[in-house]
Design a protein around this ligand. Structure first.
Ligand SMILES: [Zn+2]
Length: 233
């Protein structure tokens, strides 16, 4: 991964999207003194079958802030789109461009926007909508004539958009030092995990995050890794 940057902004659809994917990489970056902020498009209020959305949204917002803190992230914003039914379009692109203009990142991070995970599992409409809109908004943010009414000035400084969870990654981060915090970051989503599985939450989080890192590392020299497909701007 390129190392000559100071500010990154991660934009994803749901609380937990970053923790299932790249929180260990975020930990290694914040260790190195880099600033990372999170923008979460929904509160994930439709994510817990046994908990009604008004309550689930509050729980999941709290869990996401705790997850972020574990990997050194203190700025977490929620855009309050509706979980499960995020609409791709100019309203979403505008919100994301406005966020990029506020945070002025050099690196933008998002999640797999293509139809499937590895050709096997169908991706969700929220991930497709947000991932695609993030890639678009990185350009929109820099054009003063597109969404000219946002509060913050245009920001044309995004140099890369890094897509986590891609079938065809181009870059990887060695997460040897951040891996344990990656596990603990996912573990903060305890209410979500407890509703999802009967497995012990710590075992579940550890198996998943260490397993992904090991699998990803096979292509990148055998060290535990988090991978990205990098789009250069
Ligand atoms: Zn998600």
């Amino acid at each position: 991964m390129p190392g000559d940057w100071q500010r990154a902004l991660a934009i994803v659809a749901h609380p937990d999207d970053l923790e299932y994917g790249c929180a260990a990489a975020v930990a290694t970056w914040t260790d190195a003194g880099r600033e990372v902020a999170y923008v979460i498009v929904t509160k994930g209020e439709a994510g817990i079958d046994t908990l009604e959305p008004a309550k689930a949204g509050l729980v999941r917002e709290r869990e996401e802030r705790a997850s972020a803190a574990v990997v050194g992230v203190t700025q977490v914003e929620f855009l309050d789109h509706a979980d499960g039914v995020i609409e791709f379009g100019t309203a979403l692109r505008r919100d994301l461009a406005a966020a990029i203009r506020r945070h002025r990142p050099e690196l933008v991070i998002t999640l797999n926007p293509v139809d499937t995970w590895g050709g096997t599992y169908w991706n969700t409409p929220d991930h497709r909508a947000v991932g695609t809109a993030v890639l678009d908004a990185a350009g929109d943010a820099g054009n003063r004539w597109i969404f000219p009414d946002t509060e913050a000035e245009p920001w044309n400084g995004v140099r890369w958009v890094a897509v986590n969870g891609s079938d065809s990654p181009t870059h990887a981060v060695d997460v040897t030092s951040g891996l344990e915090r990656g596990v603990r970051s996912l573990l903060e989503h305890r209410a979500y995990i407890e509703a999802l599985t009967s497995e012990d939450p710590e075992e579940y989080a550890r198996n998943l995050i260490e397993g992904f890192a090991r699998e990803s590392g096979e292509r990148f020299g055998g060290r535990p890794a988090v991978t990205f497909r990098l789009f250069t701007r």
